[in-house]
Design a protein around this ligand. Structure first.
Ligand SMILES: Cc1cc2nc3c(=O)[nH]c(=O)nc-3n(C[C@H](O)[C@H](O)[C@H](O)COP(=O)(O)OP(=O)(O)OC[C@H]3O[C@@H](n4cnc5c(N)ncnc54)[C@H](O)[C@@H]3O)c2cc1C
Ligand SMILES: *[C@@H]1O[C@H](CO)[C@@H](O)[C@H](O)[C@H]1NC(C)=O
Ligand SMILES: *[C@@H]1O[C@H](CO)[C@@H](O)[C@H](O)[C@H]1NC(C)=O
Ligand SMILES: *[C@@H]1O[C@H](CO)[C@@H](O)[C@H](O)[C@H]1NC(C)=O
Ligand SMILES: *[C@@H]1O[C@H](CO)[C@@H](O)[C@H](O)[C@H]1NC(C)=O
Length: 561
């Protein structure tokens, strides 16, 4: 009996233990977009089709080199990047990627850093590193206790009005789909009014935080996404707000390049084409396969096509998606795809300053709040020479190291897109930085770089939920899937929310799986590829509050599902 059971068990396990069968016919799979979403998809597909010489995986991006191998350089040959991006504590899939690539996390990332918050009135608060706190209080209690006392200028009564937002968050995130849609159509400013947050709390603390977290003021943001973000970054766990940065080079050079290298080295049939902007996608009615047309920057007005494509992952952000769908009748005909073209995107501006003097600041990561010079934008500054203490030569592009290197970012930066670069440099160098840290007063800018990215970032506007593309695509276009921070993930939703690298990466891994399932290749491949890791479980008191709220609502409002 026991032996029979063992045999049965073995038989059940066997198909998983041996390499899985190749696909029934050679496949051609294309990933459009080479950000975190696109590389997540490329990783999954490379693992699956590796060693199958008849199938091919192609990644296309408009950028000259989406592999991250050749650094982006300023005109004076110093490395630069579009925005300084932090890695929060709860990025389990990116952390797992780092170990899969055999990288040393302590070489890739800085330690978790504290950050300061400045207004025209001066320093408002410094957020500590929560995992260093001796006592791990259950959150959200831990958060409220740990951070709010630090906002000393805010009267206690204003700080206490934050409680209303916690109640709303419990109501919303624990609620039905209808509840979530209801909150998505509300803007966050109305939410704050409805739950009686003090105007001062909103203006002095929440609004500047949203401007640097979701890149828009509360009146232009979905209340649902604001609560998701609040929950993910601040409430779920006391230390979830802890953040770290790249310790050497850029996200592209220290994470994307090693991933691209390992995939391209191990998968002969993966190719990565840079400088290729996809213009349209069409479907051949007879074969049900897709054709992808793209233009190449290098060759004047040259367009090429990739034909006989079985599956596509579109990982191009809201602006890119709009361009492709509007130019592709076969896609625009599908209502859920056409809806995505109404999504809006946000402008960002990145500035890098090389100074003749080393300036010391309280903390390496910093937020500007409510400065009129920001013209309604959000602003941050990062002391790169503190993040990358061991790599000063690289920050100066091999030139003589003279002092601090500072990265300043502007979010919701529409009012700066037409402003000349030197004016933007002066706003930071002559006005904002000296206003918050005395040391900047005597520093001169010896070199600078400004990058402008109109429509570069996803906008979670009120009512956008229904327009956001579903990762799983649409039954009318089998094989086409979506990835990126903007997608909804349906029954495969993940805890990482908002403008977030972890979310984009996870959606790429999952979109590729969905694509393979559509074309009948769910079980294909020698390597299953990385499984997606969920965020840590909700802490008990949040789950309990959700439960209690649900019961209360059922009792009081039985017409709600
Ligand atoms: C200034 C700034 C600061 C940020 N800070 C943080 C942070 O601190 N922490 C964090 O986790 N996240 C941060 N983010 C957000 C994070 O960068 C994004 O969530 C993530 O990179 C999104 O990845 P994606 O793959 O969805 O899109 P993207 O990285 O935008 O990739 C889309 C790609 O598609 C390509 N493309 C577009 N159209 C076409 C076309 N027609 N043909 C071919 N290719 C095309 C583009 O060239 C691009 O490479 C920040 C973003 C910015 C801009
Ligand atoms: C397929 O590629 C592998 C290497 O991945 C190689 O060893 C093998 O000979 C190739 N087979 C064919 C038929 O080209
Ligand atoms: C896959 O790679 C092998 C080895 O490099 C090559 O012979 C084959 O033509 C490629 N197949 C496709 C479909 O690109
Ligand atoms: C920030 O953190 C560093 C390192 O943990 C510490 O030395 C420093 O005192 C902290 N600064 C503030 C202002 O809390
Ligand atoms: C930083 O990375 C580069 C490669 O991108 C490497 O050559 C250099 O040694 C690294 N520096 C440090 C301090 O780790």
């Amino acid at each position: 009996m026991l032996a029979a059971c063992a045999l049965l068990l073995l038989l059940l396990l066997l198909p998983h233990a041996t390499p899985l069968a190749p696909p029934a016919a050679p496949r051609k799979l294309v990933v459009v977009g080479g950000g975190w979403g696109g590389w997540g998809a490329a990783e999954k597909l490379s693992n699956a089709y590796r060693g199958d010489n008849a199938s091919s995986v192609i990644l296309l991006d408009a950028l000259p080199d989406p592999t991250g191998r050749s650094p982006y350089l300023s005109p004076s040959s110093k490395p630069v990047e579009a925005g300084t991006r932090g890695f929060w504590k709860d990025y389990p899939n990116i952390n797992e990627l780092v170990s899969r690539l055999s990288l040393d996390p302590s070489e890739v990332f800085t330690p978790f850093t504290n950050s300061s918050f400045y207004s025209p009135a001066g320093l408002e608060a410094t957020a500590p590193v929560f995992s260093d706190a001796p006592l791990q209080l259950p959150s959200p209690l831990g958060q409220v206790l740990a951070t709010f006392p630090l906002f000393e200028r805010l009267p206690l009564s204003d700080r206490a009005s934050m409680l209303g937002l916690l109640v709303a968050t419990v109501d919303c995130l624990g609620g039905s789909e209808a509840t979530q849609t209801y909150y998505d159509k509300m803007n966050a400013q109305s939410l704050f009014q409805k739950f009686k947050l003090s105007p001062r709390l909103v203006n002095d603390f929440i609004k500047p935080t949203l401007l640097v977290g979701l890149f828009k003021p509360p009146e232009e943001l979905s209340a649902l996404v604001v609560m998701e973000l609040l929950y993910f970054y601040a409430l779920a766990h006391q230390d979830a707000f802890d953040v770290r940065w790249i310790a050497n080079g850029t996200v592209a050079s220290s994470l994307i390049a090693p991933l691209a290298d390992s995939l391209l080295d191990s998968t002969p049939n993966l190719s990565c084409l840079g400088g290729c902007r996809v213009t349209s996608i069409s479907r051949d009615a007879a074969t049900s396969k897709y054709s992808i047309a793209y233009s190449q920057k290098s060759e004047l007005a040259s367009t090429s096509t990739i034909d006989d494509v079985d599956g596509i992952v579109l990982a191009l952000g809201a602006s890119g998606l709009k361009g492709v769908i509007n130019n592709s009748p076969d896609l625009a005909r599908i209502p859920s795809f056409a809806a995505a073209t109404a999504l809006t995107a946000i402008d960002v501006v990145s500035v890098r300053l090389w100074l003749d003097k080393t300036v010391s600041t309280r903390t390496p990561a910093n937020v500007f709040a409510n400065f009129p010079q920001l013209r309604g934008a959000g602003g941050t500054f990062f002391m790169l020479s503190q993040f990358q203490e061991g790599a000063q030569d690289a920050l100066w592009g091999g030139e003589e190291v003279q002092g601090s290197v500072v990265a300043c970012d502007l979010y919701n930066a529409a009012a700066f897109i037409g402003v000349p670069d030197e004016d933007i440099v002066n706003v930071f160098a002559k006005e904002l930085l000296p206003a918050v840290v005395d040391g900047f007063k005597g520093a001169h800018v010896v070199d600078s770089w400004v990058g402008k990215y109109p429509g570069g970032v996803s906008h979670f506007s009120p009512g956008s939920l229904e327009k956001r593309p579903l990762m799983q695509g649409d039954a009318k276009a089998p094989g086409i899937k979506f990835a990126g921070d903007i997608v909804r993930m349906g029954d495969r939703e993940h805890g990482a929310k908002g403008l977030c690298q972890e979310r984009a990466y996870v959606s790429g891994l999952q979109a590729a799986e969905e694509c393979m399932r559509d074309i009948g290749d769910a079980g294909v491949g020698g390597v299953a590829g990385p499984p997606v890791i969920q965020i840590r479980d909700d802490e008990k008191q949040f789950t309990a509050a959700v439960d209690a709220n649900r019961k209360l609502k059922k009792l009081l409002m039985p017409w709600l599902k």
